[in-house]
Design a protein around this ligand. Sequence first.
Ligand SMILES: Cc1cc2nc3c(=O)[nH]c(=O)nc-3n(C[C@H](O)[C@H](O)[C@H](O)COP(=O)(O)OP(=O)(O)OC[C@H]3O[C@@H](n4cnc5c(N)ncnc54)[C@H](O)[C@@H]3O)c2cc1C
Length: 382
Amino acid sequence: MDFSLSPEERALRDSIVKFSRGVLNDHVAERDRQQEFPRELWRKCGEMGLPGLPVPPEYGGSGLDAVGCAVALEALGYGCTDGGLVFSLSAHLLACVVPLWKHGTEEQKRRYLPGLCDGTLVGAHAITEPGSGSDSFSMRTRAERVAGGWKLNGTKTFISNGPVADVAIVFAVTDADKGFHGGTTAFLVDTGTKGFSTSRKFEKLGLRTSPVGELVFEDMVVPDEAVLGKVGGGSVAFGSAMDWERALLVAGHVGTIERLLETSVAYARTRTQFGQQIGKFQSVSSKIADMKVSLEAGRALVHKAAWMLEHSRTASLDASIAKLFVSEVLLKSALDCIQIHGGYGFMVEYEVERTLRDAVGSTIYSGTSEMQRSIIGRWLGL
Ligand SMILES: Cc1cc2nc3c(=O)[nH]c(=O)nc-3n(C[C@H](O)[C@H](O)[C@H](O)COP(=O)(O)OP(=O)(O)OC[C@H]3O[C@@H](n4cnc5c(N)ncnc54)[C@H](O)[C@@H]3O)c2cc1C
């Protein structure tokens, strides 16, 4: 077993950290205040190949394996202080680009992937509804057969990138008698389609540069070619999107934990109280030691889950373990980082509090911590 990065992975990490620090980190506090999605920076991320990391080059992607994607996203989460941008890119990549690449027809892939990979297009993934979140299988959005296609009616909520997306994967019930497995279908929808609208953009606690909104479908007709995978195969497309998202979205969080760790160490070494560095107080250094353990354990879990994506029939258990652990230690590390900074950590200008606000959503999106524990319990036969 080799725990070191290959020379290529090291070079990838270094180039993304350098790009993030040099290009993505200006005026983040202001963007956060204004809740502004930086479309121009999205295009620059496209030039770096970030929105299409695992997609084969023939479709415009970077052709990385899943562990390479983990290395790249960790580097982004470490180098880029705009947590909303990192989140938007990760959601686009893992919940829209990946299922399209895995389940799309040749025509769908040729049509959408190049633009989704080069930063021209923004993608979204829409399953949550006002009445169904954790219990997403009880969705009410319906697609009924019409000549040459499907007519969709319903509302999706909390959709990342929804207000700015060009293309969205939308889940709808196509056969209520069959239930989620066999009775739901994923559709690949241009957001310019007649009957598609974004009814609202939410104001949020954190990740404020990542727009989240509500999507409404009113007699929206899409052709048969819009079906992603098979009719009735929505649960398959959803399952593979969730495996990739849960395993790799938190790779960025691992990078963020490393940044919190370094920030905390630097502050604990320079801030003095009672005539000594605060890092010499055991209750301060213990928090930092816990961050280091979180970083190492989180990285190992993410790399294993990423490896499982390509070497096992299912990565679902490992993806849930990684998602649960990393999101919870991210939240704890962000809170501890503020505590170590004392009053300065609480002030916006020190740019520590934003990481905590950004971290809170991590135990909710992509399945709450409670749901991850429930999935892990099911795998254990409970
Ligand atoms: C920042 C952000 C981005 C998001 N992006 C997207 C997106 O791009 N696409 C998308 O489709 N959705 C997205 N979501 C929605 C997200 O997936 C849901 O919010 C999440 O699944 C929880 O659903 P809910 O909010 O309806 O809460 P509920 O399901 O109503 O849960 C409320 C509480 O009850 C608990 N609970 C519910 N059921 C159980 C159970 N069986 N056992 C134990 N506890 C339970 C939950 O854990 C939670 O604590 C996003 C959410 C956020 C916050």
